[in-house]
Design a protein around this ligand. Structure first.
Ligand SMILES: Cc1cc2nc3c(=O)[nH]c(=O)nc-3n(C[C@H](O)[C@H](O)[C@H](O)COP(=O)(O)OP(=O)(O)OC[C@H]3O[C@@H](n4cnc5c(N)ncnc54)[C@H](O)[C@@H]3O)c2cc1C
Length: 437
């Protein structure tokens, strides 16, 4: 028996192929003319309880400006970039012109938005594309906010203005391969040397890191054993960043593995206000509220897409929207979204009145993400086969929700944060078994 090499077999198969082998796929509008793809974004039908009534005029105008830009500039290209897992760098100046980077930070060229304006901007970005909202969130609500809340006056003046305009991009590196939920145990070290610090260690999952100009890195001070923060510049000797491939969600976001081998950081780039893990909590309080608004926006986009699709697509001689089961699913999604918006809005108000606790923020993030997952699953069903195509948004949004369910504290960890607050009992670490002997 002759066993063909795989190359010969491939050649044979190719020779047997008809002439249409390797033709590009049909444009979606030709392949499926009955319904409009998400590149032409659907009108907003998900704001059923008229959220604008709870917003100031300024917040409404931020919302409108972001919505228009996302629908016009990002919707037409997002499926293509998501498929290729590439970042659309040409969109950065357009996002910069929205003046939302830097969010709530006042001064230093930052927009000084109310937390509610920042939240609705996050939702409007996420409604069209969750990856874009993660890009801004990591840059703005994590990296920039750490510099604004914990940085020196010189660092704020030096770095924040160009970050606010998105002329430079930042990332925020806490997680390590061995320390995810248990981030406070991180092992990257910072050793004092003359004129600065030497960083050694590894980070994982860091959004924007493959191209960021500034990397905010957390490391353990080898003298005090406490967590400190540092600003590392792109291209620093000893720094390597490689892209994490094969993600099934937020594929436009460039997540990286960071290796730090004896990276020197001058004293002026140590962030003076980060002296323990607790110091990150001021930043995480704001960013967790913002993360809670991502699934709200994503769910709104899903609903808007389904609402249009069900009216356009006909089966059994009637639009899909005419079937009772489909209407029930649509209304369940709509109810979820109204409740999610109100919980998210209340979180913002608690924060603005200095009443928000870690438990409040964690409950908001975990509960909203859970409802968003349910909403996405219903939306995915409603679109039938097209519910698994990125062209119709819902499949992409469905996948994008998965990392959001996990990052910024998983659903479980956020639940345990609230659980600890309401019971007074922490249950993060397994109780050590007592020997009966
Ligand atoms: C797309 C993406 C982007 C990210 N971006 C960043 C970034 O920019 N910067 C950054 O620093 N990090 C980032 N992260 C990391 C993210 O914050 C972590 O993935 C997250 O904290 C969870 O850690 P882990 O993946 O190691 O899961 P693990 O900690 O290994 O958890 C695995 C499972 O065990 C559960 N679990 C763990 N501990 C407990 C416990 N005590 N009790 C009950 N259940 C528990 C978790 O809930 C989870 O279900 C990103 C992650 C992803 C996926």
């Amino acid at each position: 028996m002759t066993v063909l090499s795989s190359k010969n077999r491939d050649d044979d198969v190719k020779n047997e192929m008809p002439s249409y082998f390797n033709l590009p796929s049909l444009d979606i509008s030709v392949a499926f003319p009955q319904a409009t793809p998400a590149s032409k974004f659907p009108r907003c039908a998900s704001d059923y309880y008229q959220f604008d009534d709870l917003l100031t005029l300024e917040e409404q105008s931020v919302r409108m400006k972001v919505k228009e830009c996302m629908e016009k500039e990002v919707a037409p290209i997002m499926a293509e970039y998501w498929e290729k897992a590439k970042f659309p760098f040409h969109v950065i100046p357009k996002l910069g012109a929205l003046c939302i980077a830097g969010g709530t930070i006042k001064g230093y060229g930052c927009p000084g938005l109310s937390i509610t304006a920042n939240a609705v901007a996050t939702a409007e970005v996420a409604r069209v594309d969750a990856s874009c909202s993660t890009f801004i969130l990591v840059h703005s609500s994590l990296a920039m906010l750490t510099i604004a809340l914990c940085g020196s006056e010189e660092q704020k003046q030096k770095y924040l203005p160009s970050l606010a305009q998105l002329r430079t991009v930042a990332c925020w590196a806490l997680t390590e391969p061995d320390y995810g939920s248990d981030a406070s145990g991180l092992k990257t070290t910072a050793t004092r040397v003359e004129g600065g610090w030497i960083l050694d260690g590894q980070k994982r999952w860091i959004g924007n890191s493959t191209f960021a100009d500034l990397l905010v890195i957390f490391a353990r001070n080898t003298t005090t054993n406490q967590i400190n923060g540092f600003i590392v510049k792109k291209g620093a000797p000893g720094l390597t960043v490689t892209k994490i491939e094969n993600k099934i969600g937020l594929r436009i976001v460039q997540n990286g593995d960071i290796l730090l081998k004896k990276v020197f950081v001058p004293d002026e780039d140590r962030i003076p206000g980060v002296n323990s893990f607790q110091d990150t909590s001021k930043v995480l309080a704001v960013s967790r509220v913002m993360v809670a608004w991502q699934p709200i926006g994503i769910s709104m986009g899903i609903y808007d897409m389904c609402h249009r699709y069900l009216k356009e697509r006909k089966q059994f001689g009637a639009p899909l929207a005419a079937f009772q089961i489909n209407q029930q699913k649509l209304v369940q999604m709509l109810g979820n979204i109204q409740a999610m918006i109100l919980v998210g809005w209340r979180l913002c108000k608690l924060y603005e009145n200095s009443k928000m606790t870690p438990g409040h923020a964690s409950l908001g993030k975990s509960w909203i993400t859970l409802r968003a997952r349910e909403t996405a699953a219903l939306g995915r069903e409603l679109l039938g086969g097209n519910g698994i195509l990125t062209d119709f948004l819902v499949a992409k949004a469905f996948c994008d929700l998965e990392p959001i369910y996990t990052y910024e504290g998983t659903y479980d960890i956020n639940t345990l944060v609230t659980g600890r607050e309401v019971t007074g009992l922490a249950s993060f670490k397994p109780v050590a078994r007592r020997s009966r002997m």
